[in-house]
Write a protein that binds this ligand. Structure first.
Ligand SMILES: [Zn+2]
Length: 87
């Protein structure tokens, strides 16, 4: 049914294991991947450091923020939190 539910449970090695820090996320009318590119281009966010990917995750799903796999950039909890910090 849902394809993304178990991602946050996938790996204890991921910092995205941390539960969402905010109850509400401002709906964005741009995609987070684009926002990430723009934020990086003006040094609004530090260049992401690589985070270990959990084992046995879907390697076709890549996060450009944490440079790991198992989820898409759009679903990145850490990126959501960062964007929330910025707005
Ligand atoms: Zn991520």
């Amino acid at each position: 049914m849902s394809e993304s539910v178990d991602l946050t449970l996938a790996g204890v090695k991921s910092i995205e294991k941390i539960w969402p820090r905010f109850m509400r996320y401002t709906p964005l009318n741009v995609d987070r991947g684009k926002l990430l590119d723009e934020a990086l281009s003006v040094d609004l966010v530090p260049t992401p450091r690589k985070v270990l990917s959990p084992d046995n995750v879907d390697s076709t799903r890549k996060c450009r923020y944490l440079w790991n796999i198992g989820h898409m950039t759009e679903e990145c909890q850490a990126l959501k939190d960062k964007i929330k910090d910025l707005i």
